[in-house]
Ligand binder design. Structure first.
Ligand code: NAP
Length: 310
C-alpha cells in the first residue's frame, strides 16, 4: 500500500486537465481522498457517472474543507472567482495550486483571493489536447511531460516544504518538475505554445475566408500541412481567449519578433534568395531533432500528436 502524498485533494474544475489529474492521482494512490467542485451540472453528472471522485459538489468552499491540497483547474480568467468562492473553506496550512497556462496573472489572482494561512504554489503541466470536459481526460497525460512550478517570492522553510511536497505529487504521476519565475514562464510559453496557437487560429481563419478556394477543397487537401494546424485551432475558445488576454505583453513581444522574421522570409521568397530559405529550413530541422532527442516527441510522424499541447 503506497503512502499518499496528500490526505485529501480538492480539485476545482474538472475538465480535461482536472479530470486527467484526478485519474492519474487515483491510479498512483497519491491522495487519500479526492473531492471535486464543478459549476456545471452536466459535468457533475458525468464526473459521478465516471466515478472520478469520492465526492462531487457545486460548492467550492465545501469541497476544500479539510483538504491539504487544493488544485484550481478552471480557465485562467475564472481562477480568481473560483478561489474567492473556495477561500472561506480553506484549511490553514493547505497547499493551493493551479494548472493554468499563464502564471503571472494566476499567481496574482490566487494570492489576492486566498488567506495568508495557506501556501500558494502556482503550477502548469505542459501537456494537454484540444479536447475539453471530464470525458476527455486520461491518467497518462502527464507521463514524461514537464510540470513547471512558479513559487511565490518567499523562501521560508514551511513554504519550501510545501513546494517540495507538491513536486512529489507531480513526480508520483509520472511528470518531470521544474521551478521557474512566473514572468519567465509566461515569456517561454508565449513562444512555445501561445504564438503557435495564434498562428493556427489565424491560418485556419484565413483559409476559411480565402476567396477563390472552396472550403471543401481546403478540407479535401488538408494533409499538406494544414491539417495539423486545424487540430491546434480546434482548441477550447474560452481557454485560449483567456490565455491571450492575460499574457498580452509576452505574446505581443514574441508576435513582434515573429512578424519581423516573416517579413524577412517574404522578402527572401520575392527576391529568389534560396540560400536564405535553405539555411533557415535546415536550422529548424535541427530543433525538431533536438525535441525528439529530449524524449518530448518521437520521430514517428504521428506520435503524441495530441499530448504535447498546453
Ligand atoms: P476544460 O476542459 O474546459 O475544463 C474546465 C472546467 O472548469 C469546466 O468543466 C468548467 O465548467 C469548469 N469551471 C469553470 N469555472 C469554474 C468555477 N468557477 N468553479 C468550478 N468549475 C469551473 O478546460 P481545461 O482544458 O481542463 O483547462 C483548465 C485549465 O488548465 C486552464 O486554466 C488551462 O489554461 C489549463 N491548461 C490547459 C491545457 C490544455 O491543453 N487544455 C493544458 C495545460 C493547462 P463550465 O464548462 O461549466 O464552464
Amino acid at each position: 500500500m503506497r503512502t499518499p502524498v496528500y490526505a485529501r485533494m480538492a480539485v476545482i474544475g474538472c475538465g480535461l486537465i482536472g479530470s486527467s489529474l484526478v485519474r492519474a492521482v487515483r491510479e498512483a494512490g497519491a491522495a487519500g481522498e479526492i473531492v471535486i467542485a464543478e459549476t456545471s451540472a452536466a459535468a457533475r453528472e458525468r464526473i459521478e457517472a465516471l466515478g472520478l471522485a469520492d465526492r462531487v459538489t457545486a460548492d467550492a468552499a465545501d469541497a476544500v474543507r479539510d483538504a491539504d491540497l487544493v488544485v484550481f483547474a478552471v480557465p485562467v480568467m475564472s481562477m480568481e472567482a473560483a478561489a474567492r468562492a473556495a477561500a472561506p473553506g480553506l484549511m490553514p496550512g493547505a497547499t493551493v495550486t493551479d494548472v493554468g497556462s499563464v502564471k503571472g496573472h494566476v499567481a496574482d489572482a490566487l494570492a489576492a483571493a486566498c488567506p495568508d494561512s495557506v501556501f500558494v504554489v502556482p503550477g502548469h503541466p505542459i501537456a494537454g489536447t484540444e479536447q475539453s470536459g471530464p470525458d476527455a481526460g486520461f491518467a497518462e497525460l502527464f507521463q514524461n511531460r514537464w510540470t513547471i512550478l512558479t513559487p511565490l517570492a518567499r523562501d521560508d522553510g514551511p513554504y519550501r516544504e510545501a513546494v517540495a511536497r507538491l513536486a512529489l505529487l507531480w513526480t508520483a504521476i509520472g511528470a518531470r518538475v521544474e521551478e521557474m519565475d512566473a514572468r519567465h514562464h509566461d515569456l517561454v510559453l508565449a513562444i512555445t505554445s501561445h504564438l503557435p496557437h495564434l498562428i493556427a487560429y489565424n491560418i485556419v481563419g484565413t483559409a476559411a475566408d480565402l476567396e477563390g478556394v472552396a472550403e471543401a477543397e481546403v478540407m479535401k487537401y488538408s494533409a499538406g500541412g494544414f491539417r495539423d494546424f486545424t487540430r491546434i485551432a480546434a482548441s477550447d475558445p474560452t481557454m485560449w481567449r483567456d490565455v491571450f488576454l492575460t499574457n498580452k505583453d509576452a505574446v505581443l513581444e514574441v508576435l513582434g519578433r515573429f512578424t519581423e522574421d516573416l517579413q524577412a522570409l517574404s522578402r527572401a521568397i520575392r527576391w529568389g534568395e534560396g540560400d536564405k530559405l535553405f539555411e533557415l529550413f535546415s536550422r529548424t530541422r535541427e530543433i525538431r531533432r533536438g525535441i525528439v532527442a529530449m524524449g518530448q516527441e518521437s520521430a514517428e510522424p504521428n506520435f503524441g500528436r495530441d499530448r504535447g499541447k498546453h
